[in-house]
Design a protein around this ligand. Structure first.
Ligand code: AMP
Length: 443
């Protein structure tokens, strides 16, 4: 059996860490965790083509759905802490299961994961706790949706209730488009995730991401970040999982952040407590700064990608202790987390065709990289028969750089990108435009 979390209240052994997931997010977590000299090994299930380029990292081939085999393996490897990256295993209760088996787990249980996994549940949650968010209607049929679409004069956003790999949100330009979006969701475009639809008032303002590490009661905030969801320069084109990001977000001045803490973050954690949800993990707050104040666009029950790749290089070697403290429920809330005064910028290199259809399996050539304060986290890569690096996803590589100045950080990232090539490589040239003086333009 795993380690009994209740018997180890003080810092315990942290030699073997397991990260579940296969993206850039998980590689950046592995990278920051391995910095700690106490950590001997970081295992990734399944990881990707770039995971084993990271110091101390090893991939494990195992299907996490095969739970008995998983526990046997984790016992054998003497895993001290488990970090679950993606939302699907969290929604399926993997954290609950592993905690019951005695492992220390960073990641909420099935109940907490509902913040992300059901948009209507999250909206009700916010309503009950008086947390500012866009007005909404939960609808169970196309007929119901039609009535609301035609009876309201405010512009609407249409959302599938359940998980839809970041593709379940539609921002229509007309009532007709709005109806067609609802129709496509009810017609099964996202399977059971579309049994319920949320119609939401379309709100306006810049977006910002805030992350709180929670131990069930206490929390600490990571540096803020801003990502770029649209595929093309000037924020044009379809929504993607994220084409790049930067951190911190200067948009959020300290007093405004205080307001967000009072109006959104603390009420969220209090409401979780009120509902007896012992949330041990990260809460992502996707916020919009509107004229009438900050509003929650969405919650995630995991680190955002690519914000995670952007923020992790700003963390020091003690970051793993914070994850452990959350898992054990002993955060003080006063921990100092960020020792770097630098800023960080991340640009994502994608496959041609993403976020729609794209081909995989193209060799990736990486030339002379300036590695000072620069990292390349593989997002969607695999290794070929002879160990060659191949494209294996829509988002392929995250190129991240830090400096005292955003202009220089992004200059380095784009310089490194010139050294990277694969068939169909695509990236935005204006990531961080809001904070790059030499690229300033009207947003
Ligand atoms: P989500 O997956 O909920 O983060 O939505 C994806 C993107 O859709 C967000 O980053 C926003 O840009 C946009 N969005 C979502 N909800 C709204 C809303 N109520 N009003 C305006 N834009 C929204």
């Amino acid at each position: 059996m795993g380690i009994n979390s209740t018997s180890s209240k003080s810092f315990s052994r942290l030699e073997n860490i397991l990260i579940i997931g296969n993206g850039g997010r998980e590689n950046s977590l592995a990278w920051v965790i391995q910095k700690n000299s106490k950590v001997k090994k970081v295992y990734l299930i399944p990881g990707n083509g770039g995971s084993e380029r990271i110091n101390k990292c090893e991939r494990i081939k195992i299907d996490i759905r095969n739970k008995n085999e998983l526990v046997e393996k984790l016992d054998f490897l003497k895993i001290d802490l488990i970090v679950i990256g993606p939302e699907i295993p969290l929604a399926n209760g993997l954290a609950d299961f592993l905690r019951k088996k005695g492992f220390k787990v960073f990641g909420p249980g099935k109940d907490g994961a509902k913040l992300e996994c059901s948009k209507s549940w999250a909206k009700e949650f916010m309503q009950e706790a008086n947390i500012p968010t866009a007005k909404y209607w939960k609808v169970n049929s196309l007929e119901e949706a039609k009535k609301i679409i035609h009876s309201t004069s405010i512009p609407l956003v249409v959302k599938a209730d359940g998980l839809a790999s970041g593709k379940g949100v539609f921002i229509p330009d007309s009532k007709d488009e709005c109806y067609r979006a609802a129709e496509s969701i009810f017609n099964g475009r996202f399977g059971d995730s579309g049994n319920v639809v949320v119609l939401e008032e379309k709100i306006q303002g810049p977006e910002v991401s805030v992350f709180a590490l929670c131990d069930g009661e206490k929390y600490i905030l990571l540096p803020t970040a801003q990502d770029h969801k649209r595929l093309n320069d000037k924020d044009k084109g379809p929504n993607t999982g994220g084409m790049g990001a930067y951190s911190p977000a200067p948009l959020l001045k300290e007093d405004y952040l205080e307001r967000i803490i009072k109006e959104i973050i603390e009420p969220t954690i209090n409401e979780l407590n009120k509902k007896n949800i012992d949330y041990k993990g990260v809460i992502y707050f996707g916020l919009m700064i509107t004229e009438s104040g900050p509003k929650v666009i969405e919650y995630n029950c995991r680190f955002g990608d690519p914000e995670c790749q952007t923020i992790m290089p700003l963390m020091d070697q003690n970051f793993v202790y914070l994850l452990e403290k959350c898992a054990m429920g002993n955060l003080t809330g006063d921990e100092k987390i960020c020792t770097s005064n630098k800023v960080s910028g991340c640009v994502i290199a994608t496959s041609k065709g993403y976020p729609h259809q794209y081909k995989k399996g193209f060799p990736i050539k990486i030339g002379k990289i300036d590695s000072r304060d620069c990292q390349i986290f593989d997002s969607g890569t695999s290794l070929g028969k002879n160990g060659e690096l191949l494209t294996d996803g829509g988002r392929v590589l995250s190129i991240v750089c830090q400096d005292n100045d955003f202009d220089i950080a992004f200059e380095k990232a784009y310089k490194n990108l010139k050294e990277i090539n694969f068939d169909g490589i695509y990236f935005r040239n204006d990531i961080g435009h809001q904070v790059r003086k030499n690229l300033s333009r009207e947003n």
